[in-house]
Design a protein around this ligand. Structure first.
Ligand code: M6R
Length: 604
């Protein structure tokens, strides 16, 4: 999704901004641009397509200060004109923006009537014109007046040709951080502090209509009444290591192979004898009577599995809601509801908005997240880190299994507190859980079998992925992997539901991938497989070692190691991830940055 970056300091602003953009690339984008000030004039270069294209065509003179952008189109097509930065009519102001201005159309009309001419279809250009309209020598004041007109969310970085040594930044409900190091006499602004690539940086986060004036030696922050405020800074220790594929062809496959380790990291220190989370004092959970999991995409699939676990093991009413829908319900939330917001990035706008909404009901909020400095971790009442390390591929893999590991432990933690599990049962459960990394390694060791199956199935354009109980959300997650990186139509269904409509679509060109490793429903899913076979659809089953019967029905079979039903999603989903990866590879797709997608979805 859009990323903003700005630099002021003694290094070459152009090179620093290009390096910043490289760090933002993984978020997913369709255009890039850089603007700056040279000899009192704004100059810029912007291009639709990959950053490498922008670099090829760069012909900017030496810059005194620079701002940069990766765009993920919301308002207006993907073309050079719509890429950022956007300028006001006189070319004095340049703006880069992440977010959405909901009332841009009305503002544009008003500005047009006042004589403004627009050269793009974007909502961002309106901001440049608005700032210009209010500018009378003080850019903080102009920005303050301009943002008062904006409805929606934004992270903005602005430069003005009359202020060649200052970046101006403003944010509303969109992450924006300012990084500075007094010794180095430089400052940076970005939507993602990980893009700063500097060790020992002090970082502050803007929010709620705050505005910052940033120079290489000084940062002034103003609140929404334009009162100067002092902000808490965080130290970014930056054992910064640029992302690397470590010999793998893609980040996705590297991250799939990291899972035996990343799961262990999620479990580390949290299940010695009994389950403990130092992040969660028991009083925090004492009065909880129901749990609401929130998330989007992969994180919502993890939440669905967690809801089943909570109901079954901790015996607490639990449900998972897609965050973008949760916001608009009239939920029966109370202060005795724990809202667990799950997000790899911690910046997903829908998840943040739903969590903020839940707070209004007095709910306690808990973030389960992979990024320590994220907005979700900062805004929730408590937070548990996944410790999975940076996930670069747009397609989420290792974050999912780490989410499952943490959510399983959270279930057991609650079960302990509520005395729903005996020490003996807990011990046995944890034994199974600790065996999961080795089981996943077993699957990785037989990845070539999935590669062969992928060759066979790569030409189909439609798939159903089906499963029952724990295997239903697992099937949904595996289907999501396939559709997002291969662009084939793959939908997850509860296996019993096919005959209520979807089965009408089946034919020999419409395979079904069946996730069968849930022992409790083995007989039922066997019958569902027979129903599918009877319609001539090819069947690829992912079943556990003892499930003999499934093998005799399916056309193709991939075996995963046996475990208890509650933990069966781990191995099965890894098989699904590998299948998706190899199919996408067969089809020659852009695996790490699939079209139209973004890693961090920062607009609602
Ligand atoms: O960072 P989050 O976990 O909040 O992201 C949520 C979804 O956007 C994300 O899981 C998305 O569905 C992935 N591309 C799936 O692989």
């Amino acid at each position: 999704m859009c990323g903003v970056f700005g630099y002021v300091g003694k290094e070459d602003p152009l090179s620093v901004c290009l390096a910043g953009l490289e760090q933002l690339e993984y978020r997913g984008y369709d255009s890039t641009g850089i603007g700056g000030i040279c000899k009192g004039e704004i100059v810029f270069c912007k291009k639709a397509g990959k950053l490498s294209l922008l670099k090829q065509g760069l012909d900017l003179p030496p810059l005194e200060i620079a701002i940069a952008h990766t765009r993920w189109a919301t308002h207006g097509r993907v073309n050079d004109q719509n890429a950022h930065p956007h300028l006001d009519g006189s070319g004095a102001i340049a703006v880069v923006h992440n977010g959405i201005i909901e009332n841009y159309d009305a503002l544009r009309e008003d500005l047009r009537k006042e004589g403004a001419r627009f050269s793009s279809e974007t909502d961002t250009e309106v901001i440049a014109h608005l700032i210009s309209k209010h500018y009378q020598g003080d850019l903080v004041e102009a920005l303050h007046k301009a943002i008062a007109w904006l409805k929606g969310i934004f992270a903005l970085v602005v430069i003005h040709k009359n202020h060649p040594h200052e970046l101006y930044a403003a944010a509303r409900a969109c992450p924006l951080s300012v990084g500075f190091n007094d010794e180095r006499n430089e400052a940076m602004v970005s939507s993602d502090p990980n893009a700063f690539q500097r060790p020992r940086l002090n970082v502050l986060f803007l929010q709620s209509n705050e505005i910052a004036r940033v120079s290489s030696s000084r940062i002034d922050v103003y609140d929404q009444r334009l009162k100067k405020i002092s902000k808490k800074t965080e130290r970014l220790e930056g054992n910064f290591q640029p992302p690397a594929k470590g010999g793998f062809e893609h980040y996705m496959i590297k991250e799939i192979y990291e899972q035996p380790i990343t799961i262990q990291k999620s479990l580390f220190g949290r299940c010695n004898g009994e389950v403990q989370f130092e992040e969660l004092p028991p009083y925090f959970l004492n009065k909880i009577k129901q749990v609401w999991f929130l998330g989007c995409g992969t994180s919502a699939n993890a939440g669905r599995i967690a809801a089943l676990l909570f109901e079954e093991i901790a015996r607490i009413p639990a449900q998972c809601e897609i965050a973008s829908e949760a916001r608009y319900r009239t939920p029966l939330l109370t202060p005795e509801t724990l809202v667990v917001a799950i997000s790899q990035s911690g910046e997903t706008a829908d998840t943040l908005a739903a969590m903020r909404e839940a707070k209004k009901y007095g709910c306690k909020t808990l973030a389960i997240c992979n990024v320590k400095s994220s907005t979700l971790m900062r805004e929730s009442d408590a937070g548990i880190l996944l410790n999975a390390g940076p996930e670069i591929s747009v397609c989420s893999t290792k974050a999912f299994t780490s989410q499952l590991a943490v959510l399983t432990l959270l279930t057991l933690y609650f079960a302990q507190l509520k005395k729903q599990i005996s020490p003996k049962q807990l011990h046995s459960f944890l034994e199974h859980l600790r065996a999961i990394p080795a089981q996943i390694q077993q699957i990785l060791d037989t990845a070539s079998d999935l590669q062969k199956l992928a060759k066979k199935y790569a030409d189909y354009e439609h798939f159903f992925f089906m499963g029952r109980r724990y295997m239903f959300p697992t099937a949904c997650e595996a289907a999501l992997k396939l559709k997002e990186i291969s662009y084939v139509n793959a939908n997850g269904y509860p296996a019993g539901e096919l005959k209520h409509g979807p089965i009408a679509l089946l034919n020999p060109r419409f395979p079904v991938v069946a996730f069968c490793a849930n022992q409790q429903t083995e007989e039922k899913i066997s019958s569902n497989l027979m129903e599918v076979k009877a319609r001539g659809a090819p069947v690829l089953a992912i079943a556990s070692e003892p499930q003999e019967n499934i093998g005799s029905i399916a056309d193709d079979l991939f075996r995963v190691p046996h475990t208890i039903d509650e933990l069966s999603p781990f191995a099965s989903v890894v098989a699904g991830q590998l299948l998706a990866y190899y199919i996408a590879k067969e089809r020659g797709c852009d695996i790490d940055q699939p079209r139209n997608l973004a890693k961090s979805v920062t607009v609602e």
